[in-house]
Ligand binder design. Structure first.
Ligand code: AMP
Length: 229
């Protein structure tokens, strides 16, 4: 089974995961699956799950694993995710990573991309970050939509995220270090990790990510040709 397009993108808040995950997904014609977007949609639709998630999100806390795993499992079993996906914001800890292995079964993930960006850079980016309240498209003070904070893609209002307050950002970065960063060593031990420099122009970052995925796909094809898969 070709699992090389089953991708995860890891990185601190503000590392550029959303933008880069979208580009990777488009390039490989697979869906970007963002648990943050799933929760924001549930909050907006005012579902029970959304109401439960909201207080955790606003405080910069992680939503409990039990509330994350079912929606992710359901999304991964959809028809459009069968040839691959780019997961953005999941897994966030080792328990979720373990659960993901169970959900995926044979072959597991293709590659986990760690977007490496120093903390002072992400803090600067987070202060200027803006997002479409309707479709989730990412903008910033330096790269705003073409007209009056109206989304270029869908016409929605482009705003600051509710959880981009100073206190919530600090909490999320701390949680990233404590809960999510251990996944780097976890995936490295499974030979599934590629660390990619996330600084510089977004186009350069995309090229680096695509190269990392391509070289993994190339290695998988070579292994298959040798009959080792
Ligand atoms: P994100 O857009 O990925 O930064 O996610 C926004 C918020 O949604 C996070 O701060 C968490 O409160 C929640 N969230 C998103 N993904 C997860 C996850 N995998 N596990 C727990 N909480 C999550």
């Amino acid at each position: 089974m070709d699992v090389s397009r089953r991708l995860v993108i890891l990185g601190k808040q503000g590392a550029g995961k959303g933008t880069q995950a979208e580009r990777l997904a488009q390039h490989h014609a697979v869906p970007r699956i963002s648990t943050g977007d799933m929760f924001r949609a549930a909050v907006k639709a005012d579902t029970e799950a959304g109401r439960r998630a909201r207080s955790y999100m606003d405080d910069g806390e992680l939503v409990p694993d039990a509330a994350v795993l079912d929606p992710v499992g359901e999304r991964l079993s959809a028809a459009d995710a069968q040839d691959g996906f780019v997961l953005d914001g999941f897994p966030r800890n080792v328990r979720q990573a373990d659960a993901l292995e169970d959900l995926l079964g044979e072959g597991g993930l293709g590659l986990v991309l760690e977007l490496v960006v120093p903390t002072d850079v992400v803090l600067r980016r987070l202060a200027g970050r803006r997002v479409c309240s309707n479709c989730g498209a990412n903008y910033s003070v330096e790269h705003p939509p073409s007209s009056d904070w109206t989304c270029d893609r869908c016409g929605g209002d482009v705003v600051e995220r509710d959880d981009d307050t100073k206190a919530a950002i600090k909490r999320r970065l701390w949680l990233y270090e404590r809960e999510t960063e251990p996944l780097v060593a976890w995936y490295l031990a499974k030979d599934k990790l590629a660390a990619v420099d996330g600084t510089g122009h977004p186009d350069s970052v995309t090229s680096r990510l695509l190269r990392a995925v391509d070289s993994r796909i190339g290695a998988a094809v070579a292994r298959q040709a040798r009959g080792q898969d």
